[in-house]
Design a protein around this ligand. Sequence first.
Ligand SMILES: [Fe+2]
Length: 343
Amino acid sequence: MTDRTPMLLIALLTAAVVAVPATAQEKVLNLYTARHYQTDEALYANFTKQTGIRINRIEGGEDALFERIKNEGANSPADVFITVDVGRLWRAEQAGFFARLRSPALESRVPAAYRDPQGQWFGFSARARVIAYNKDTVKPREIRNYEDLADPKWKGRLCVRSSSHPYNLSLVGSMIAHLGEQKAEEWVRGLKNNLARDPKGGDTDQLKATAAGECDIAVANTYYIVRLMRSGRAEDKAVAQKLGVVWPNQDNRGVHMNISGGGMLKHAPHREAAVRFLEYLASDQAQAYFANGNNEWPVVPGVAIINPELESLGKFKMDAINVGLLGRNQPMAQRMADRAGYR
Ligand SMILES: [Fe+2]
């Protein structure tokens, strides 16, 4: 045995799986998904019950699934790819993964801001990136806009995760879209200068640090706040209780939104099943499941959710920009962050 044997074995096994021909009659859908929520089980079971189409689900990390689809190429058995953050959808689009799908059902149900104009990907749930503050040290209306995050008054008081995370690249991407390159770059520099510490951890870590007084304000996606509110652990609930939430830019363009979504792959062997599945994800019933699974909002307007903690966040004005533009701005956003020394 050499070190290379396991790799060879894996390669052979992968090849064997790919070589199985898919028949048109077979009622099956191969779903590659980077979502891993318990509640999604009911979502899939319901689709199979409605359509008789069995779902073969391959779950994996964002990057692992991306690499897998790339390596499988034209032989990929994947019909639908689902991931979180528009930056990752955009990356998949750029890699040429998706088919261009015209679906009147999806076009009428999913708002234009949350889907690719060419039908390569569709958002199915939405999250907002908000500012949280420590209620003991910050007054409710002391910070109003994303622009304020660069105000020197917050020097040494801000916690944000790494610049290279897609959530932040999308946020910087939206600043580029709204302020222009020069002002966005100044903003990134100002934000970097306000950091209370070198970026570490995820959004939840920034919220915890803010509740603990290590910083006064933090940037986080809404579902992380709701997750703390709904947690069975008393210490998580205590973190949520210490925090106030600011909906940024309510007097102007609205809060920066992002999506979780997916699309049909270019080489999908079961195209009809793929279209039915994507259309199903935009149905009222699936929308509620899909969003509740991660404390997000349905993208289809008017769909009822049962999530009192999420609803307790209230109503807010959303940025109407097409989220695809944020993905497109990500490489420039990363270069700006690098130049500012914000890692
Ligand atoms: Fe997340």
